[in-house]
Ligand binder design. Structure first.
Ligand code: ASP
Length: 599
C-alpha cells in the first residue's frame, strides 16, 4: 500500500472551498476521464458525489502516467492538493464545482472491465441489464439517493414510534399462512416431510397475539411475502411499517399515523403538513371519485345523472339503468377545444379496459342559454339539457363525459378517465401533498363468479358496532368495517382496521367467508384459542415502506427504492433466482417434480 487509502481525508463529494490549500487523500471510482495529452482530467466519484481531479504531466509525471491508463469504474486512491477553480471554470451544477484537486499520486486499487452501461443518471439503459449488474447500477447517484432516503425514512419511523412508547418486535418468517388475499410462498420442511411453512403475507396474526400478550403498542419494519400475479409495480417481497395497539378505536390509530407522517414530511422534505388530514367515507370516495383512493389534488368529480339520463331515451343510458346500473358524468372545463383525434383516442383506450364507448357532449352558449353539441347531444331535449347543465354546473367550452353501466364499471371507467385527463392535460398541481383518510369500508366483497363473499380487508377486521346485527342478515354485504386507508396523492399508502376481539364474532365472520368450523380450527385454532383468554380490544395498520420511499424521493418505480429488487416476473436478474436445485436436495425434502425443467 503506497497510498494510505484507509486514511481518506473526506468524501469526494464533500470537498469544498474550506479545503482549499490543503492536501487530500480521496478514494472512489473513475466516473469520467478526459485525456488532453499533457493533462488528464478525472471525475472521481464516491457515495457523496464527484470531484474533478487534474493531473499534469510536467509537474507530476508519475501520476500522469497512471492517470493516462485509467478507465471508467477503476477503483483508485489519490493524494492531491485542493485548489480553487479559476472563476470562469466554476461549475455551479456540481456540489464541488468551486474547487478541483491537483492530483499528485494515484494508486489503482482495482481495475474494472468496461461496464455494460454507463454509470450515469442521464443514460437510459434497459432495466433488465441494469438489474443484472445491480452492483454497478447502484453506483448511480439517483439510486444511492433513493437507498439513503429509505434509510433516513426508517430511522425517522423508528425514532418516532420509540418516542410514542412503541416496542419493535420481530415475528417469524417461517410460519403458517396469514391470509391477505394473495397466494403463499411455501417452504418445505425437511424434518417433517410433507409439511410446509408459509412465508407471512403480513405479521397480522402475530401482532394481534402480541396485543393479547399485553405489549399494548407494537411496531415493526418488516418484510412481507405475497405470491401475486405481478402487476407492473409490485414486488413478491416488500416491506411494511406494521403497527398494532390495544384499547383503541380508529381515532387512536389515525392520530398516531398522522403524527408519524407529519414527522416524516418534516424530516425528509422540511414540510409542515397540516393536521388533521381530511377524511372521507368509502361510499363518498366511490360516489365522487369512483375509486377508494382518490387523488384530491384536482377536482373533476363524478356527478350522478342516472335520473336525467333515463329520460333521454338514449339506448345506452336507458338499458344500463333498466339493468340496475347507473349513469355518471365528468365535466372537463375547457375540454371542448380537445381535438376529435384525442377524444377518439380516449374512447379507444376506454374500450381497451372494457367500456362500451365514451358518450360525450360539448357545451356551448346560444345567447344566454346553454346548448349541447356533437356526440350524444341530440338525445338531450332543451329541458334535459338545462337540467343536466345545472346538475353538472356546466359552462360554455366544457365537455361532459358520460358512463352508463353497472356501478362498479362506471366507477372503474370514470376514475380511469379522471386520472388520465388530469395527467395529460397537466391539471395536477405540483408540490401538493394531499393526505386523506378513507373510512368505513364494506366488510365484504361479493364475487358473482365464485358465488361467495370475500373479506375486503382481511378476515380479522371488526364490523362497525352498529352494523354487527347485519352479520345475521341475509345481506351482510351492507355491513361496514372499522377499517381505514391512508391515501397520499391518489396512492394508497396503507390500511388497517380495528380487529375482532370476540371469539363468537370472529367465528361468525369466518362462517360468512365460507370458512367452516373444521377449517377454522385447522387454520386459525391458535387465534381462536387466544381469543378465549382476555383479549384486549385492539387494532392497527400497515403502510407500504417501498411505496412511501418512492413518493418521498419522487421516483417512478418501486424497484428503484429496493437495493436488490425483482422484475415483474418475480425474477432476481442478478442471482438468477428462482433457480433449479439438485435432485439430492429435493430427495431430502421428499419432493418429486411433476414437470422437471430442462437441465
Ligand atoms: N395486515 C394488514 C395488511 O398487511 C394491515 C393491518 O390490518 O394492520 O394489509
Amino acid at each position: 500500500m503506497s497510498l494510505p487509502y484507509n486514511q481518506r481525508t473526506c468524501y469526494c463529494g464533500e470537498v469544498s472551498a474550506e479545503h482549499v490549500g490543503k492536501s487530500a487523500i480521496l478514494v472512489g471510482w473513475v466516473a469520467n476521464r478526459r485525456d488532453l495529452g499533457g493533462m488528464v482530467f478525472i471525475d472521481l466519484r464516491d457515495r457523496e458525489g464527484t470531484v474533478q481531479v487534474k493531473i499534469d504531466s510536467d509537474t507530476d509525471p508519475q501520476a500522469h502516467q497512471i492517470a493516462h491508463r485509467l478507465r471508467n469504474e477503476f477503483c483508485i486512491a489519490l493524494r492531491g492538493d485542493v485548489v480553487a477553480r479559476p472563476e470562469k471554470m466554476v461549475n455551479t451544477d456540481m456540489r464541488t464545482g468551486a474547487v478541483e484537486i491537483i492530483g499528485r499520486e494515484i494508486e489503482v486499487l482495482s481495475e474494472s472491465e468496461t461496464p455494460k452501461f454507463a454509470v450515469d443518471d442521464e443514460i437510459e439503459t434497459n432495466e433488465e441489464v441494469r438489474l443484472k449488474y445491480r452492483f454497478l447500477d447502484l453506483r448511480r447517484p439517483r439510486l444511492q439517493n433513493a437507498i439513503r432516503t429509505r434509510h433516513r425514512l426508517t430511522k425517522v419511523l423508528r425514532d418516532y414510534f420509540d418516542g410514542e412508547g412503541f416496542v419493535e418486535i420481530e415475528t417469524p418468517f417461517l410460519t403458517r399462512s396469514t391470509p391477505e388475499g394473495a397466494r403463499d410462498f411455501l417452504v418445505p420442511s425437511r424434518v417433517q416431510l410433507g409439511h410446509f411453512y408459509a412465508l407471512p403475507q403480513s405479521p397480522q396474526l402475530f401482532k394481534q397475539l402480541l396485543m393479547m400478550s399485553g405489549f399494548d403498542k407494537y411496531m415493526q419494519i418488516v418484510r412481507c411475502f405475497r405470491d401475486e400475479d405481478l402487476r407492473a409495480d409490485r414486488q413478491p417481497e416488500f416491506t411494511q411499517l406494521d403497527v398494532e395497539m390495544s384499547f383503541v378505536q380508529p381515532e387512536n390509530i389515525i392520530n398516531v399515523i398522522e403524527g408519524c407522517m407529519v414527522a416524516v414530511m418534516r424530516e425528509i422534505h422540511g414540510i409542515e403538513v397540516p393536521r388533521p388530514f381530511p377524511r372521507m367515507s368509502y361510499a363518498q370516495a366511490m360516489a365522487d371519485y369512483g375509486i377508494d383512493r382518490p387523488d384530491t389534488r384536482y377536482d373533476l368529480r363524478l356527478i350522478d345523472v342516472t335520473e336525467i339520463a333515463q329520460k333521454t331515451g338514449f339506448k345506452v343510458f336507458t338499458e344500463a339503468v333498466d339493468a340496475g346500473g347507473v349513469v355518471r358524468a365528468i365535466r372537463l372545463p375547457g375540454g371542448a377545444e380537445m381535438p376529435r383525434k384525442k377524444l377518439d383516442a380516449l374512447t379507444e383506450e376506454l374500450k381497451g379496459i372494457g367500456a362500451g364507448g365514451l358518450p360525450l357532449v360539448k357545451v356551448a352558449a346560444d345567447g344566454d342559454k346553454l346548448i349541447f353539441e356533437t356526440g350524444v347531444a341530440k338525445f338531450f331535449s332543451p329541458e334535459l339539457t338545462a337540467e343536466t347543465a345545472t346538475a353538472m354546473k356546466a359552462e360554455p367550452g366544457d365537455v361532459l363525459f358520460f358512463s352508463a353501466d353497472t356501478e362498479t364499471n362506471v366507477c372503474k371507467y370514470l376514475s380511469w378517465l379522471r386520472q388520465t385527463i388530469a395527467q395529460r392535460r397537466g391539471l395536477i398541481p405540483e408540490g401538493l401533498w394531499n393526505f386523506l383518510w378513507v373510512l368505513d369500508f364494506p366488510m365484504f366483497e361479493y364475487s358473482t363468479e365464485d358465488g361467495r363473499h370475500y373479506a375486503m380487508h382481511h378476515p380479522f377486521t371488526a364490523p362497525l358496532d352498529e352494523d354487527i346485527p347485519l352479520l345475521d342478515d341475509d345481506n351482510p354485504g351492507k355491513c361496514r368495517a372499522k377499517a381505514y386507508d391512508i391515501v397520499l396523492n391518489g396512492t394508497e399508502l396503507g390500511g388497517g382496521s380495528i380487529r375482532i376481539h370476540r371469539a363468537d364474532v370472529q367465528e361468525k365472520v369466518f362462517q360468512l367467508l365460507d370458512i367452516g368450523p373444521a377449517e377454522q380450527r385447522h387454520k386459525f385454532g391458535f387465534l381462536l384459542d387466544a381469543l378465549k383468554y382476555g383479549p384486549p380490544p385492539h387494532g392497527g395498520i400497515a403502510l407500504g415502506l417501498d411505496r412511501m420511499v418512492m413518493l418521498l424521493a419522487g421516483l417512478e418505480s418501486l424497484r428503484d427504492t429496493i437495493a436488490f429488487p425483482k422484475t415483474h416476473r418475480a425474477v432476481c436478474m442478478l442471482t438468477e433466482a428462482p433457480g433449479t436445485v439438485a435432485t439430492e436436495q429435493l430427495d431430502e425434502l421428499g419432493i418429486r417434480l411433476v414437470n422437471p425443467p430442462d437441465a
